[in-house]
Design a protein around this ligand. Structure first.
Ligand SMILES: NC(=O)c1ccc[n+]([C@@H]2O[C@H](COP(=O)([O-])OP(=O)(O)OC[C@H]3O[C@@H](n4cnc5c(N)ncnc54)[C@H](O)[C@@H]3O)[C@@H](O)[C@H]2O)c1
Ligand SMILES: N[C@H](CO)Cc1c[nH]c[nH+]1
Ligand SMILES: [Zn+2]
Length: 436
């Protein structure tokens, strides 16, 4: 069997499932020590530290002048990439931009009686930094992650966006990343990765500007650096390994279910793919399909490990119970491979993104449809949301009260202040209405 077979019908079953998944949800603090050292060193020595670590880990001949990728290299990459690939990237970018445009919020002002005005000003952050993972030696360019991180920042109106990504062994950046940056109109690209790149964005160096928000996925060193710097700068989230839960009934195809489970399993040995169904027959045929498709998959070592450690086919008595379990899992991606998926949407309470019906495979969302693929993982969909335009904006409250307002409400405010033992607060208000 490729992944475990379980059953769920009661709270007791949930306790067992939760205990099995628990180690996967615990934060990995194993590299905190070395990452703290890197952060400190970058803050003190700037570019020299970036060069030192880049030479050690990515490119032995790296020099400081190679940090900033020249605009001509970005333009050359846009020319070099096959036109058909460029068109696909442009179409995906347009879909993602349209979707995120709907998230924009406007400032608002509400005049009250007596000349008082209340309001909220929405502004983009001044500067954002985007991390794009290097992939295996730069050979698996995560251009979709660049689209998903850069476009919400652009839609928010961030004027100054810096992109960091590890250089390949020859010091260059993968042309697909550069081409995507060119398509998006990003001109500040830096060939630097890992925790030292995150530190450079947080503190600034001779070459890299400091930013207000850092977004983008990365390995444990990148994630730890972001977590340690959170508070000094804003971060999108510390995304865990990918997850998919699929609630399916007998109308689903085992071939498609297995393919969708593998789509996330191939990401990471820690990825989790879980099928939940009331059909024993579907459960068995999906297990067989997983085995068959795994044998044909290039990244099958990663996927096999992920399925064997964190994959499951779970039998439930009915679809309603299946959705109850899905809500408990609060998965990053939830597919409803059901005969009438829309009928069940009100029962979905916790999921990063929901994919409805037999013709909506998860990768449609990873790459192309428009919603963001940076989603809450490890159960955090209970209280958090996809990366959005809001990650790159902040809101400032606005209050302009009038004499009439102070006359009417000042004594109440002073009383509240004295209830808290804060006399100076009370007097601050009273100086206003006493002199009216
Ligand atoms: N959740 C999401 O949306 C999502 C999307 C894409 C990727 N990811 C995750 O992002 C990660 C990408 O990892 P990656 O390796 O491809 O790219 P990466 O850029 O995150 O990591 C590579 C960098 O780490 C450095 N590094 C290697 N060993 C190191 C060490 N011992 N100490 C410090 N730095 C070291 C490398 O030199 C390189 O600069 C994966 O874990 C993937 O699952 C998540
Ligand atoms: N599924 C990933 C998020 O969990 C995102 C991604 C990037 N490329 C392909 N998929
Ligand atoms: Zn994916």
């Amino acid at each position: 069997m490729t992944c475990r077979s379980l059953t769920y019908s009661s709270a007791q079953d949930w306790a067992a499932i939760r205990a099995w998944l628990a180690p996967r949800t615990e934060p990995d603090t194993s590299v905190e020590g070395p990452v703290r050292e890197i952060l400190q060193e970058v803050q003190q020595h700037g570019d020299a530290t970036l060069v030192k670590y880049t030479q050690r880990f990515d490119c032995p001949d790296f020099q400081a002048h190679m940090l900033a990728v020249p605009q001509e290299q970005i333009e050359a990459a846009v020319q070099e990439i096959p036109a058909e690939d460029k068109r696909i990237i442009e179409e995906a970018a347009a879909n993602i931009r349209d979707y995120h445009a709907k998230q924009q919020e406007n400032s608002w002002f509400t005049p009250q009686s007596g000349g008082t005005i209340l309001g909220q000003i929405v502004r983009p952050v001044d500067r954002a930094g985007l991390y794009v993972p290097g992939g295996q030696g730069g050979d698996t360019p995560l251009l979709s992650s660049l689209l998903m991180n850069a476009i919400p920042a652009q839609v928010a109106g961030v004027g100054d966006i810096s992109l960091v990504t590890p250089p390949r062994v020859d010091g260059t950046v993968n042309p697909y990343i550069l081409c995507t940056a060119g398509i998006l109109g990003l001109d500040r690209v830096f060939a630097v990765g890992s925790a030292w790149a995150v530190a450079a964005l947080a503190f600034g160096t001779e070459t890299l500007p400091c930013v207000d928000v850092i977004a983008g996925p990365g390995n444990i060193f990148v994630a730890t650096a972001k977590r340690l710097l959170q508070g000094q700068i804003g971060i999108d989230m510390v995304a865990g390994p990918s997850e998919i839960a699929i609630v399916a009934d007998a109308s689903a195809s085992a071939e498609r279910l297995a393919a969708d489970m593998l789509s996330q399993a191939e990401h990471d040995p820690l990825a989790s793919s879980i099928l939940i169904t009331d059909s024993q027959d579907l459960l068995q045929t999906t297990q067989q399909e997983l085995e068959r498709q795994l044998a044909e998959l290039p990244r099958n070592t990663i996927a096999r490990q992920s399925l064997s450690d964190w994959g499951a086919c779970i039998r439930v008595p009915d679809t309603a119970t299946g959705l109850e379990l899905a809500n408990r899992l609060a998965p990053e991606h939830l597919e409803l491979c059901l005969e009438s998926p829309w009928q069940w949407i009100d029962q979905v309470h916790h999921a990063g993104a929901v994919f409805l019906g037999h013709s909506t495979p998860e990768p449609v969302g990873d790459y192309f449809a428009g919603p963001n693929h940076v989603l809450p993982t490890i159960g955090t969909a209970r209280f958090s949301s996809a990366l959005s335009v809001q990650n790159f904006t902040k809101k400032t409250s606005l209050i302009a009260t009038s004499d009439a307002y102070i006359q009417e409400h000042g004594a109440k405010i002073a009383r509240m202040a004295r209830l808290e033992g804060l006399e100076a607060h009370a007097r601050s208000v009273e100086t206003r209405y006493r002199c009216l």
